[in-house]
Design a binder for this molecule. Structure first.
Ligand SMILES: NC(=O)C1=CN([C@@H]2O[C@H](COP(=O)(O)OP(=O)(O)OC[C@H]3O[C@@H](n4cnc5c(N)ncnc54)[C@H](O)[C@@H]3O)[C@@H](O)[C@H]2O)[C@@H](O)CC1
Ligand SMILES: [K+]
Length: 525
């Protein structure tokens, strides 16, 4: 269950299932409502044991329909339930209408005038959001916002499918940000169906969700064929590291093969006083399993680096010619450039490094050196390269994509970080890893993954100086071990978060690579 779905993919699956006569929309709605109640009792078992008071806020579409089902089921369970409706009951979608009428056999619809003045927070144990789901196609209208705002102010306990107002493909709140609500936005439990939606893994929505439950509504067989290139994988949870990757990682701890059979990574360092970043990358590459790591250092920094490293070799690299000379050694199969490299030095060395045809991680200054002339970089790089920009570097290389991503989203589905990273990879012609707590990795052929450090994998302490240098080193080390660029980026990013979670708060960048043995031991046991 590691794929993320777009609203369109889910809708297609639902339609295929109903067109095939396997199930009706009404039955799917019943299963969805039942799934929500099940998830609530699983999350808070004490709620199942006694009577409580719930309020369900329903919208005009099928999300609202799910809400009417939940209201009925909780009422039948013995709870006190109130229901609010946004919109005109006469215009409800047909399935929602059926469930609205079923609800009216058990209860009433409370007038929306009661919503104001803290009514929700004062009167209910559980506030359930069934206003809008995956059908939200435009920013909330003013009256829709007024309705939803009361719910946000009270704090949403349960959001059905997606918290209302957020786009389930992009994780973005549609429209301009609301100056009349300052949050904090937080949703205790979000219940969705069959798979997480893409937006559940992306910021800002992913930062709002405290827990997500995924419930089956029996249409798994109608979901897209995830072996196709259009799917987006979700790298989260303990089970996300595939058997083959695990085997290779396992061998890093046990192998008796010759060091050169595990690859040789060359990390290029900046000058005196700026060598720490490359040292972090080098150490990370070594820890993750590169057989050998060499730091390419300018003469002025040789003493500084020599006094700091053990287990890593040093080579003097002052010029392009020095680098070309070193690369005559064909056992060097990976280069890592950027951390602490300096813009000027990067501008000189990147073309030589990339032209050597080895696998290549380009990070930090190796990317910033191409600000204003990104095409020059895209002309150079090949499919053996990986670009690992953070937000600022991404905007330097892909200013138009960054602008699209940052512009207010006026239509759903909104342009997402997945869209931007995929476009970037296609344009650059290589794997792009767009960093963040919601790291997105895309390859030029359209394959894409999201690696999350949010929700159950939240590791805010990972946002520490030097953390990105370690990630570049992890990826370089995995490339040295023979991982493909996409696989190296995915596995490196996943392990990066695992190390942070394993270490916990107080982490500094130096700790990340040192935590790897513990993470490997757990993975391989
Ligand atoms: N289609 C199906 O078979 C199933 C759908 N399910 C539920 O149905 C939801 C999707 O249902 P819908 O496609 O009906 O969409 P929604 O219920 O999410 O919203 C659509 C309704 O909201 C209105 N609307 C959209 N944007 C608005 C805005 N900015 N301001 C005011 N009104 C706006 C639309 O006019 C429409 O009436 C899912 O999220 C899920 O909860 C589940 O019941 C499972 C089965
Ligand atoms: K909702």
């Amino acid at each position: 269950m590691s794929e993320l779905l777009t609203a369109a993919q889910m809708r297609t699956a639902e339609n295929t299932a109903t067109d095939a006569g396997q199930v009706t929309g009404l039955e799917l709605m019943e299963r969805a409502g039942r799934g929500v109640v099940e998830a609530v009792f699983e999350e808070w078992p004490t709620l199942a044991a006694s009577r409580h008071k719930a309020v369900v806020l329903c919208g005009p579409g099928n999300n609202g329909g799910d809400g009417f089902v939940v209201a009925r089921l909780l009422k039948e369970w013995g709870w006190e339930v109130e229901v609010f409706l946004y919109g005109d009951a006469a215009k409800l979608s047909p399935d929602a209408r059926v469930n609205y009428e079923r609800w009216l056999c058990l209860g009433t619809i409370t007038s929306n005038e009661s919503l104001e003045g803290g009514y929700l927070s004062a009167n209910f144990d559980l506030v359930i959001d069934a206003v809008f789901g995956t059908g939200l196609s435009r920013p909330l209208t003013e009256d829709a916002w007024l309705f939803c705002k009361e719910m946000y102010k009270a704090g949403i306990d349960v959001a059905i499918d997606v918290p209302s107002g957020f786009c389930s493909d992009s994780g973005r709140f549609l429209g301009e940000s609301r100056s009349d609500f300052e949050g904090p936005l937080s949703v205790a439990l979000t219940v969705t169906f069959e798979r997480l939606r893409q937006g559940h893994a992306l910021l800002p929505l992913a930062g709002v969700l405290r827990a997500c439950a995924v419930k089956s509504i029996g249409i798994d067989q109608y979901l897209p064929d995830f072996r196709r290139e259009t799917s987006v994988s979700y790298l989260s949870g303990q089970a996300r590291i595939g058997a083959s990757r695990k085997a290779v990682l396992n061998s890093t701890a046990q192998s008796s093969s010759h060091k050169y059979s595990h690859g040789h990574t060359l990390v290029l360092s900046g000058g005196a006083g700026r060598t720490g970043a490359a040292r972090l990358s080098g150490r990370a590459a070594l820890r993750i399993g590169a057989g050998l790591v060499t730091l390419g250092v300018p003469g002025s920094a040789q003493m500084e680096v020599a006094s700091q490293v053990t287990g890593i070799m040093l080579k003097r690299v002052d010029s392009k010619e020095d680098l070309s000379g070193i690369l005559e050694d064909e056992r060097i199969n990976v280069l890592c450039l950027g951390p602490g490299l300096g813009i000027e030095r990067a501008g000189g060395l990147v073309p030589v490094a990339v032209a050597a045809g080895r696998a290549c991680v380009l990070d930090a200054d190796a990317l910033s050196a191409y600000e204003g002339r990104p095409e020059a970089l895209f002309d150079l790089v090949t499919e053996t390269c990986i670009l690992t920009p953070h937000g600022g570097e991404f905007a330097r290389l892909f200013p138009d994509l960054a602008a699209k991503l940052n512009a207010p989203s006026l239509d759903g589905p909104a342009y997402s970080k997945v869209d931007a990273t995929r476009e970037a990879a296609a344009r650059a012609g290589c794997v792009v890893l767009y960093k963040g707590a919601d790291t997105v990795i895309a390859s030029p052929d359209g394959r894409c993954s999201v690696n999350s450090a949010l929700g159950e994998r939240a590791a805010p302490w990972l946002a520490t100086a030097g953390s990105g240098d370690v990630l570049a080193g992890f990826i370089a080390g995995l490339l040295a071990r023979g991982f493909s660029p996409m696989s190296a980026a995915e596995t490196g990013a996943w392990l990066h978060v695992e190390c942070a979670l394993s270490f916990g708060p107080g982490l500094i960048a130096e700790d990340l690579a040192e935590e790897l043995p513990k993470v490997f031991k757990r993975l391989c046991s």
